[in-house]
Structure formats: C-alpha cells, structure tokens
Design a protein around this ligand. Structure first.
Ligand SMILES: [Ca+2]
Length: 528
C-alpha cells in the first residue's frame, strides 16, 4: 500500500512537471520476466544434484525461491497466455498450442486467444514502460502484444553470443524509461542440442541420471536415460544464458532497480509431467529477485502464473483491469503480515491437436483433487461416436478417473488415488466445492456439458499438425537408443508424443473451438 501511495503521488507530480518524469520513472522498477521452456525443478537451488546451475542458484539465494509456484496449464502457449493476460486459458481462449510465430508452416495447431485481449505488455507500454521480447512468444494472435523491441528467434537464445547481442540491443536503448523485458530461453525444450558453439560447458552423460521420481519405474530404459541426460545438458545452458543476462545487467548498471522473475513455463517433457495435470507438469521453479528490496527466503506460499500481471501493473502504477483471477504478489514480496490464498486451481484442456483431455485441478497445502471432465457420469458421449473410436484420433481422451484425490504429503507424485475414501470425505467435499467455485467465478465454459460435447465433436475433425523436421530427427535418434534399452518410453515422453502425430500437413488456423464466456475484463484507459 505504501509503495502504491508513493507511486500514485510521484506519478501525479510527473503529470504536472516534466522534470518529475525521470524521478517518477526512477521510482518504478524495471521488470524482467524470464521463462525457461519446459524447466522443472532440475536446479541446484531446488535440491537437484545433477544440474550445474550456479547463476540461477545465486539468483535464488538473493531473492525469494517459491516451492509452490504453479503455471495455469502444462503447455507452452496456454501457460504463457496466462502470464501475458492474467487470465486462465479457458478465459482468454488459448486452450492449446499456438502455431509458431516465426515458422507458420510448422506445427499448425492453430489454437489462439479470442481477439482483443487486454495484455500485459500493452498495458505496461501505456503506463510508460519500454517493452521488449526475446525468444518465443507462442501465443496468438501475436498482434495483441505491443512490444517495442522483438527478436523472436527461439534458436538464437541457445547461442550465447547472439543472446548477449540481443540483450544488449534491447537493454542498451530503453529511452530513459523503465522497461519490461520478456526473455524466453528455449532450453531445455527439445530438440536437446548438446552443444551450441561450446555451450553448455558442462554436459551430462546418461550414466549420471536416473528416471525422475514423478515417472513410473517402468518408464526406465537406456533410451529414456539418454533423453534425460540430454535434457539436463540443456538445463545447464539455461544457466549459462542466465549468466549472460546478469553480465549485461551488471555492465549496464541495471541490477539495482530491477525486479527479475524466472520460471519454467511448464514441467519437464517426460511421462506424468508436461501435458498432464500432475504436479510435475504445473509446479515449476518460480524465483523472484529484487536486490535490496526483498528479504531473501524460501517461500511455501501458493502462487500462480495469473499473479504476475497484477503484480507488474501495480509496480508500474497502472490501473488493473477488473476481474483478474490472480493477486498482486507485492504484499508477499514485502513480507507484509496477512492471509494469503490457501488453495489454487490449474487446468488442462489440450496441447497439440491430438491431445484433448479436459481436466481441472485444485490443491491446498496437503491435498489435491483433479477432475477428468470426459469421465463425468453426467457427460453424454455424442451418439455419432464411441469413446473407443474417438481415442483413435484423441488417444488421451478421458484418460484418468473422473475424480482423483491425492495426499501430496505422503504421495507427492500422485500414484495413489484416494477418492471416495470415507476418512477423506470432508477433504474431497471441500476441494470439490473450491474447484467448482473457481470454475464458476472464472466462467469456465466446460461447466456446461453441452459445450464439452461440442468441444469433443470439433476436436474430432481437427486435422493433425505437421511434424517438423527436428521432431522427425529426434524420433529417429531416440528410437535407436531406446531399442537398446528395455522398452520404449510410455505416456507423454517426446517419443510417444511424436508417435501420436501424423505427418499430414494442415495450414488451417482457427480460434478456440469453444468460445469461452467473456470475462469481466476491461481495457485500461490511460486517460482515465
Ligand atoms: Ca514449454
């Protein structure tokens, strides 16, 4: 509140006195939001012993390391859409993967937000911030985001020289304004390139790794361990990228009044993580640094991808759109006493076009409930198709019990479904009510079972995405190494993801097949 009052006062002065503008801007911090693509808890500061991550560990030591940070959906585009709009995917429409901005002929999944969404970069620009993006945007329509500086190549974020040059290009020309810098490191996303001009310096060998504890022991194979080793190698390059950014900030004297947020846009691309509702898919590293302004600590507060838009807008002294589901993190960051939220919801609808399985989840400090909507006894399959027939085009459809209840304390990797246990009836009822209230308040269109049926029918006929060359190469590589192991990876590992696709090209683009109800969000009027 105090900061808000100070900002309001300085901004009011700025309007009357041009000389006060610099002073007002000096009071407002620069904001850097960094996503690492598919990064889970494979960082030293989160207890991992394989990854080499000194820069991220240092960032965490000097800031707040959150253990319960959740993206809204375990899928690139959906998760990122929430960072950039403050809305859940079912609110803004980005329920699955967008086509790639810089390669429109590939991965034409075609999901997009509804037009005219109110977005974070646009509001920050209106508030006087210079805005820049490096790396993947992957939310459509791209024209919704008003960045002053754009360098959208994903591969260039793996090349340390290009990354340094691009960071310098944006940070060297901020026009005397505070800036919002959205940096999207493509690592450790596949393809797992083990070396890019000598980076990373530390490679990880298959002998150093085991399958992750969130995976089933039966997922173990030589091929899977090689994939994990390659993934870890790319995590090490994320850290080198962070080192490059920190160098540039230090050299330009930008470390002191800059808030830095680092998070994984979704969990690792392995079974029971990415493209699932399990915690390993949505609970990712969230680190916030603001030198001299935060008390370094580890926090168990439950925060989410929807919280950054209100946080950043408050820092910028900008008016918040009405109806945002998230909360400003500033009271937490300032260490103010008071109650924080006790539970948080996440969702999954689809990813690539053949990954439909709508689920909704809620967790509190100990328990978690997930609903698999297509297994709702009240849901009626369309008469024209059976589930068995449908799974030939949508292999994930209705996968998972209708109600799943997990004790995250005793079973953190969600292997034992406790739904229906008499001793947990009260817990299940409470979580069910919380989940329903969140779905009602955020106007989840799939609360209406007729809308769910319409979504099922529309996704039945959606043409599959074209498989890009790098995915075909990856499939060949790991098929070879997997053949030497016990068995092929199951579930949602990259190899299986590839098998689930067909190389039939389609260049169609469309908006979300089921239009979400329009949330009560209004554009900020800078003249108001
Ligand atoms: Ca991702």
């Amino acid at each position: 509140m105090l900061l808000a009052l100070i900002l309001t006062a300085t901004l009011a002065q700025a309007a009357d006195n041009p000389l006060a503008v610099a002073k007002a801007d000096a009071a407002r911090p620069n904001i850097i939001l960094i996503t690492a693509d598919d990064l889970g808890f494979q960082l030293g500061c989160y207890g991992d012993t394989v990854a080499t991550t000194p820069h991220m560990d240092r960032l965490a030591r000097g800031g707040i390391r959150f253990t319960r940070g959740f993206v809204t959906q375990s899928s690139c585009s959906s998760s990122r859409s929430s960072l950039l709009t403050g809305l859940y995917p079912h609110q803004n429409g980005q329920i699955g993967l967008a086509g790639h901005d810089n390669d429109p002929g590939v991965l034409t999944n075609g999901y997009a937000m509804r037009p005219n969404q109110v977005t974070l970069p646009t509001l920050l620009k209106q508030a006087g911030y210079r805005t820049g993006i490096i790396g993947k945007l992957h939310v459509q329509p791209a024209s919704t985001f008003d960045f002053d500086y754009k360098e959208l190549s994903t591969d260039d974020t793996r090349d340390m020289e290009k990354l340094r040059a691009n960071c310098n290009a944006f940070l060297g020309d901020t026009g005397g304004k505070p800036f919002f810098f959205y940096l999207n490191l493509f690592d450790p996303h596949a393809p797992w390139t083990r070396d890019v001009h000598g980076s990373p310096k530390t490679k990880v060998a298959a002998e150093q790794v085991k399958v992750f504890p969130f995976m089933s022991p039966s997922d173990d194979s030589a091929g899977m361990r090689q994939q994990i080793a390659d993934y870890y190698t790319c995590v090490n390059r994320v850290d080198e990228g962070m080192g490059v950014l920190m160098d540039v900030l230090r050299e330009r004297g930008l470390l002191t009044n800059t808030l830095v947020v680092l998070l994984g846009d979704n969990g690792p691309p392995f079974p029971r993580a990415k493209v699932s509702s399990f915690e390993a898919g949505v609970n990712t590293p969230f680190i916030i640094s603001w030198p001299g302004r935060l008390k370094p600590q580890v926090s168990g507060a439950c925060i989410g991808g929807v919280d950054f838009m209100p946080t950043f807008l408050e820092l910028a002294g900008a008016k918040l759109p009405a109806g945002l589901p998230g909360r400003s993190l500033l009271p937490l960051l300032r260490g103010e006493p008071g109650k924080w939220r006790e539970w948080l919801a996440t969702e999954y609808t689809t990813h690539e076009v053949r990954r439909l399985n709508p689920q909704r989840s809620v967790r509190d400090a100990r328990y978690k409930l997930t609903l698999t909507l297509l297994n709702d006894p009240a849901f009626k399959w369309p008469e024209s198709i059976t589930l068995e027939q449908y799974r030939k085009v949508q292999p994930l459809a209705a996968k998972g019990d209708f109600i799943q209840l997990y004790d995250l304390k005793g079973d953190p990797y969600e292997f034992k479904n406790l739904a229906g246990k008499p001793e947990l009836r009260e817990v299940q009822d409470r979580l069910s009510k919380q989940l329903h209230s969140w779905r009602a308040e955020t106007q989840d269109p799939l609360l209406d079972l007729a809308a769910l049926q319409a979504l099922v029918l529309q996704e039945k006929d959606r043409p599959p995405a074209k498989v890009p060359a790098w995915k075909r190469a990856m499939r060949a590589k790991y098929r070879h190494s997997t053949a030497q192991g016990r068995r092929a990876p199951s579930c949602q590992g990259p190899l299986t993801l590839l098998r689930a696709q067909r190389s039939v090209g389609s260049h169609a683009r469309s908006t979300c097949p089921v239009q979400p109800a329009r949330p009560n969000v209004r554009a900020h009027d800078p003249t108001a």
